[in-house]
Write a protein that binds this ligand. Sequence first.
Ligand SMILES: Cc1cc2nc3c(=O)[nH]c(=O)nc-3n(C[C@H](O)[C@H](O)[C@H](O)COP(=O)(O)OP(=O)(O)OC[C@H]3O[C@@H](n4cnc5c(N)ncnc54)[C@H](O)[C@@H]3O)c2cc1C
Length: 410
Amino acid sequence: MVETTDVLIIGAGPSGSVAGALLCNKGHNCIVLERDIFPRFSIGESLLPQCMEIIEEAGMLESIRDMNFQKKDGAVFSHAGDASTFEFTDQFTKDAWTTTFEVVRADFDNALAIAAQDKGVDIRFGQEIASATPGADRVTVVAHDKEGEAHHYQARFLLDASGFGRVLPRLLDLNVASDLVFRQSLFTHIEDNIEDADYDRNKILITVHAEHPDIWYWLIPFSNGRSSLGIVAPAEYFEGMKSDPETLLKALLAEDLRLQRILQYAVYDTPVKQIAGYSAKVSKMCGDGFALLGNAGEFLDPIFSSGVTIALKSASLAASVLHRQLRGQAVNWDDEFAQPLAKGVDVFRVFVESWYDGSLQDIIFSNPQDAKIKRMICSVLAGYVWDDSNPYVSRARPRVQALAQLCINH
Ligand SMILES: Cc1cc2nc3c(=O)[nH]c(=O)nc-3n(C[C@H](O)[C@H](O)[C@H](O)COP(=O)(O)OP(=O)(O)OC[C@H]3O[C@@H](n4cnc5c(N)ncnc54)[C@H](O)[C@@H]3O)c2cc1C
């Protein structure tokens, strides 16, 4: 039997569930094929204010608010005793969201999936894509359930929201090498037992290694007394190290006095995971009968927590183009989806590259800081990378380079 629907979506992560909800809200039928059974672990726990706009657009805000996730209202950057704080209340972008959440992704993704189902999205958990053939007139997909049984689908369009699964990039040979350095991350969840009076639970803490500026740590607090703790370093840094991931993580933690103090009573009760070479890129984001959402398209780097925001923006742009296409209107996926998405991704790219070449760190830790410029940078850190009125968006690279030069010369 072949089941037919308007839109097939691969993956029920944030981009898949939100794209499904947006399309169902506009009256289209959607089936989401998700390999795993939810709730399931995922990395990517610190959201940006910008993504709240899209959660709201999809009508899912109440579902997320009801989860009582940890409020997030800014970011603290720390380096060898220096600290620099960005408050999302102090932004350049007009009418911007000033708060968002730090989320346990198993719960966040599950809440989004349930909210999508409530809107009529048909999510089939435990179905893994075996083959997918997109085409201008019709898309065909075969998925296997956990018992190995094949399920056949046909649709008018296919959205690949498979994240690091990268289903269509693999099947259609769209993967190209990322320009970014091959990095590795170690991470875990801890019972944090933080008592430090100077520590602000409403902010993500990014700590730069005292001697290696390309190594950094994240501390993302949750609302249940637990935290996500992770380290990012060039993969070659770990080469030849014989220690297990937990010993490595703890050894690197011991190299930062402030983090060590904050986490002095922490209980390490969860196995340390690792992921390497996560930066990804494709030769094209869309083609006949398909488009790539979120990480299935491009993933830069975790440093500015941009992943979920880009995933949701891609869902919003794609749902809008697809709605018009399904109503019979002429659309241009490159002009209306790939290029507008890339504009914001490229701003994050400038920030990521400048972080690792040190120039953005010079800016972030400079003292004194110009209040107006800081507000512009804060809006980028809040995810407002599609706000062209911000000079650090419209002319990101020259602006960051010029400012870094000023900071060095100061
Ligand atoms: C170390 C690290 C830290 C990060 N930290 C952050 C952060 O703090 N904030 C942030 O915003 N982002 C962060 N990210 C990025 C974030 O993880 C992703 O950008 C985000 O999850 C992308 O969402 P998505 O919807 O595209 O894909 P995903 O969330 O990956 O969802 C994809 C779904 O597709 C399913 N799937 C995969 N293959 C198949 C298949 N063959 N068939 C059917 N289903 C399939 C998967 O099971 C999954 O449920 C981080 C990434 C890394 C590597």
